[in-house]
Write a protein that binds this ligand. Sequence first.
Ligand SMILES: Cc1cc2nc3c(=O)[nH]c(=O)nc-3n(C[C@H](O)[C@H](O)[C@H](O)COP(=O)(O)OP(=O)(O)OC[C@H]3O[C@@H](n4cnc5c(N)ncnc54)[C@H](O)[C@@H]3O)c2cc1C
Length: 654
Amino acid sequence: MWRNVLSLVVEALLVPRVLCAYDYVIVGGGNGGLVVASRLSEDPTVEVLVLEVGPEVENIPEVYIPGLAGGGDIFESLNWAYQTTPQTNLNNRTLVVKAGRALGGSTIINSMIMTRATKAQYDAIGTLSNSTLWAWDAILPYFQRSEIFTPPNEDQIENGASYNGSVHGPSSPPDPDIGAVKVGFPNFFYPQSEMFARALMNGQDGMGFRRALDLADGEIRRRVGIASNSLDASNNVRCSAVCGYVTPFEKQRRNLHIITRATVSRVEWDDRKRDGLLVARRVQYYVHGDSVPRYADVNVGRGGEVIIAAGTLGSPKVMELSGVGNATLLRGLGIDVKLDLPTVGENLADHVRSWANAVSNASVTRDILRLNDTFRQEQLNLWCKSRSGLYSAAPRTLGLAATSDLVSEDRISVLVRNARRDLDKYASEYANGNGALQQGIKAQHEITLDFYDQDQQLPIELNVEPGYGGPTGPDGLGDNKFTTISAILYSPLSRGRSHITSTNAAARPAVDPAYWSHPLDVAMLVGGLQAARKVLRTPPLNSIFIKEFEPGAGVGESDEKVQAYLRGAAASDNHEVGTMSMMPESLGGVVDTELKVYGIDNVRVADASIIPMPLSAHLAATVYMIGEKAAESIKDEKRRRNAATLLYQMNQGS
Ligand SMILES: Cc1cc2nc3c(=O)[nH]c(=O)nc-3n(C[C@H](O)[C@H](O)[C@H](O)COP(=O)(O)OP(=O)(O)OC[C@H]3O[C@@H](n4cnc5c(N)ncnc54)[C@H](O)[C@@H]3O)c2cc1C
C-alpha cells in the first residue's frame, strides 16, 4: 500500500500537468480524426485536442508528389506495418497490413484513389443498423461536404476522365475557413489506362463492361473508369486529411491543438457513472521519448467527449487498454475491467489483393523510373517545373466486376446455396463465442448472399498499373517493363479479430483477419485473378503483351493451380474494417448510429473501424464521410443540451 501511495506522490510531483481541460480529445489524427477535429474547432468557444503518434510530414516530397506515392524508405517509417498472425489458409504466412503513422494517418501513404461503393451497399449498412440515417441518400450530403472537387479539364476529359457533378462537393470552398479534402484528376495519363478500359469494355473477347460516368456516384456495377484522386489539382500535390482539414487555417484556429509524437495509452474514467454509463474523464498519453505519462483532461461538466479515431487496428487497442472489451481477455492481462464489451476488436474484415502481370513492350511504363536514373531525374525536374510528367500521376483506372464475370451461373448458385446452408457454422466460428455477434455476422452474410443471388455483388476490383506491381522485389525483375492488373477481393465473408496481447501501449495487437477462411472468398479471388490474366491478353491490351510473368506459365491455367499460387502470394489490400462496428447491441455492435460506444456516456468512434462489413470501394472517401457524420452528431448533441439548459433556466426564472 505504501508503495502505491508513494508512487502517487511521485507522480503528482513529476508528471507534467496540462492545465486546461479540453471539450474534445481526439485519439488519432488520421483520416477520420482530423475531420472531426476540424469541424468541431469551427466553434471558437470549444477547445479541441488531437493526439497523434506520428510526426507531421506534409512537407516531405515523397508525401506530396503524387507519382512517389507509396514508394521509398520514408513510407516504411510512416507505416504501422501491422503483422498478422500466421494465416492458416494462406500457407501459414504472416502478412503485413499497412496503415499510416503520421498526422493525416493513412491519407499520407495511401494511393489517393477516391471511390465510393454502390448505393445498395450503403443502404445495407443502414438496414443493418436499423437506421435510414446511414442509407445512401442520407450520407450523400456528408460525402459532398467532405470535398472540394475540381472537375476534369479538357485534356483530362480527352484522356478518359469524366464525372457526375450531382454527387460531388463544390469546386471552391464555400467558406475559406472550413475544411474539406481537395479532389481532382492527375495531369498525366499512361496510354495503358485507356487500353485497359477498352479491354474491359470489349464485348467480344473481354467482359463487356460499360464506361463509368463517375466511380463515386454509387452506379458502378460492371463499369470501368478513371478514379478521381485526393489531389490539389491547382498544384498537382497530394491532399491528405492534413491538407484538407488542418493546413488552411492551422495558424488562425487557436482552439485547435495538435500534439504529434504522442501515443495514447488509455482513457481514464470518472469514479461515478452518469445514468449508468461510464464517463471518460481524461486521456493518458506519452510524448515520444518520455517515460512519464501526460494527461489531457476532458471538460466533462461542459459535455466534453473523447473521440477514438486510431484506425481499425488502433481503436480497439486503445479501448482494451482502457479496460473496455472482452472481460476475460482483459483480466487475463491484468487490466482492470471497466466495461465488459466483448465484441470490441471482433468482426475484423479486410480486402485481399492479388496481381497478374505481363512483360510488356509498351514504350512508357513506370518501370523506366526504376531502370533509368537519368530519366527518373528528368521526370522529377519536369514535375517540379511544370507539375507534369510521370510524377504528376497517381494513375488508377479501375473496373468493378460482378459475380457473373468471374464464375459460371451454376457454380455461383452452388456456392451461395452452400453458404446459406453453412450460415450458422461460419457465423458461430467467426463470432468467437459471442451470441449477439453471431446474429450480426449472420445478418451481414445474408445481405451479402442476397447481393450474390441478384448478381448485385461486386466481389472484385480490377485495376491497371502501367508498370510492375506484385510480390517480387526489384532484383527479380531484370530490365523488363510490365503491365499489371490487380484483382482485389472486395466482398470477403471471412471475419477475424484484433486484440492486445500486452498492456504496453507501444506493442502491436495480434491481428487475425482470417483471410480466405470462407469458400466463397476463395472462389471469388481465384475468379478475379483469372479474369485479370485474361484482360492482359484482350485487345487492345494484348498489343503490349509479351508474356505473363506472374502467376506465370509455371503455375498453369487451372483454377486449382491458381488457388494454390494465391495461398502463397495473396496480400492485404490495407482496407481493414469492422472492429468497432456500428450495429445494434443485439447484433454484437460496439457503437450506435451516432457512433457512441454502448455503455459509455461520452466516447465516440470516428474511423474505418465502425464500418460493419466490407464495401466495394477504397475506403478514404467513406472515412471522410464518417468523420463528417461524427462531427455533426456531436454538434447536434451539444445543440440539444444547450436547448435543454435554456429551457431549464427559463423554467427556473418563471
Ligand atoms: C498503403 C495504403 C494504400 C491505400 N490506398 C488507398 C486509396 O488509394 N484510396 C482509398 O480510398 N483508401 C486507401 N487506403 C485505405 C484508407 O486510406 C484507409 O482505410 C483510411 O484512410 C483509414 O482511415 P482511419 O481514420 O480509419 O485511420 P487512419 O487514417 O490510419 O488514422 C488513424 C490514426 O491514428 C493514429 N494512432 C493509432 N494509434 C494511436 C494511439 N494509440 N495514439 C495516438 N494516435 C494513434 C495513427 O498513427 C493514425 O494517424 C490505403 C491504405 C493504405 C495503408
